[in-house]
Design a protein around this ligand. Structure first.
Ligand SMILES: [Zn+2]
Length: 445
């Protein structure tokens, strides 16, 4: 068994390996590490809940504010629909106008205006272009912030900002502006879940659908994004909610290996395949159809809508699948360990359909991140260069021949265990995450 001296040695995951995933042993070991000195011992009992066997961590409960997005289907009447389309158009105009301005100015002077300086020019532009006054001015300001962000991304290595085209990413963002008059508080965005109505600047009251089981959402509304997708309207409301987090007391840990074919392989040897795939045959057929239609014709518009709906259907199905997977992972495990993958370079290596711009792997990580925070769980991401698939999880031998991605199964030359590539990797990921977790606890003591 483990002695209390274990804390003196450097933390080595091999110590746990003989006990495989037995959490009792792992946490017993954690406790031994923590009980190095009397002082630590005291801390353990005052700051954490100590169960009979399992040991709690030293992370105290904390209260924080989180941002949650609620997406509703949105039913504007004819007039409101016109106004939404007008606003989207005006935002696009402002974005392109100032992008052009920026390019010209940079060519002449080698400098260009910041988003804040551009916003100051908006009123004079609206005097020139009267129709800009008819739409939500907050949305126009936000499109300039978007332009600023596009340039920030460019300086961080993304592509040069492009001009916005009609019919692509049709959306605008507006903020909730609070004001008070005669002691009464007013909000520019109001959400009435009971009567299924949202109030937005300029649009006034619009019918919504969604969140049937909720009557109220408490918290502060920050902003709303109105978007048009495949001919349908949606509004996504960003709300700041208080989150009370009790002390973190982990009892289980899981390592997951993320991949293209099997989306997830866990350290409990569960495999989840990525079952949702694009019907490429139908897509090619539709694309052929679109090229046969005259540009600007009604049939061409209908065809495009069909393609958009096809993409939307797959996106929704995949989102649903990833929600299910991540919900299960978060519900059943306290600590989740993944690799810190370079999703961008993966995207270059593998075929990922255009139009489905989000990579399912990055979507899994994104959801795990926020769900872990909301549910008081921990997500640990290990170094992307850690050779998780090359190390034998039984004897720790590193087999460099396994680098070759086509090897799915291999035998360890030292201990002769036969490994499934992904399962072995997920077990190593779990141990590496545990090591990081324990190191962090040690440092915080
Ligand atoms: Zn081995």
């Amino acid at each position: 068994m483990f002695s209390t001296e274990i804390g003196e040695k450097p933390i080595d995951s091999t110590n746990f390996k003989n006990y495989s995933c037995d959490l009792f042993t792992i946490f017993l070991c954690t406790r031994n590490l923590l009980c190095k000195t009397q002082k630590v011992y005291k801390k353990l009992f005052t700051r954490t809940i100590v169960c009979d066997i399992l040991i709690a961590t030293l992370i105290e409960g904390e209260n924080m504010q989180i941002l949650k997005g609620y997406v509703f289907r949105f039913y504007p009447n004819e007039k409101q629909e016109q106004l939404i389309n007008k606003t989207i158009g005006c935002c696009r105009f402002v974005y392109n106008y100032f992008l052009d301005d920026k390019i010209k100015e940079y060519k002449e002077t080698g400098k260009s205006k910041s988003a804040y300086d551009q916003i100051k020019l908006l009123p004079s532009l609206s005097k020139e272009k009267e129709w800009l006054k008819e739409v939500d001015s907050c949305a126009l300001r936000n499109s300039l912030f978007n332009l600023g962000d596009a340039f920030k991304n460019f300086y961080n290595g993304s592509g040069y900002p492009k001009f916005k085209a009609k019919g692509v990413h049709e959306r605008y963002k507006t903020n909730n502006i609070k004001s008070s008059y005669k002691g009464k508080e007013y909000n520019s965005i109001k959400l009435d879940l009971k009567n299924k109505i949202i109030t937005l600047p300029k649009l006034k009251e619009v019918k919504i659908r969604g969140y049937r089981n909720k009557e109220v959402i408490s918290g502060n509304i920050k902003s709303a994004i109105i978007k048009k997708e495949a001919g349908k309207y949606y509004v996504s409301v960003l709300i700041e909610e208080p989150l009370i987090r009790p002390a973190f007391t982990p009892k289980s840990i899981i390592g997951i290996d993320l991949g293209i074919k099997d989306l997830i392989v866990t350290s409990y040897n569960e495999k989840i395949e990525n079952t949702i795939k694009l019907n490429t045959k139908r897509l090619i057929g539709l694309q052929r159809g679109i090229s046969r239609c005259k540009p600007g014709s009604k049939n061409r518009y209908k065809m495009r809508l069909k393609i958009q709906r096809m993409y939307q259907k797959i996106r929704n199905a995949r989102k649903h699948m990833i929600h299910d997977i991540t919900n299960k992972l978060i519900k059943e495990n306290d600590i989740i360990v993944t690799e810190n993958l370079d999703v961008k370079s993966m995207q270059k290596n593998h075929y990922i359909a255009k139009g489905l711009n989000e990579n399912p792997i990055s979507e899994v990580i994104r959801m795990l991140k926020y769900k872990a925070t909301w549910n008081n769980k921990k997500l640990i991401q290990i170094d992307r260069y850690y050779p998780s698939s090359q190390i034998c999880n039984v004897c720790n031998y590193q087999n460099k021949e396994v680098k070759d991605l086509s090897i799915r199964k291999w035998e360890c030359p030292v201990c002769h265990t036969i490994h499934d590539r992904d399962y072995n990797a997920s077990v190593n990921i779990m141990f590496e995450g545990l090591k990081i977790y324990m190191k962090n606890i040690e440092q915080s003591v």
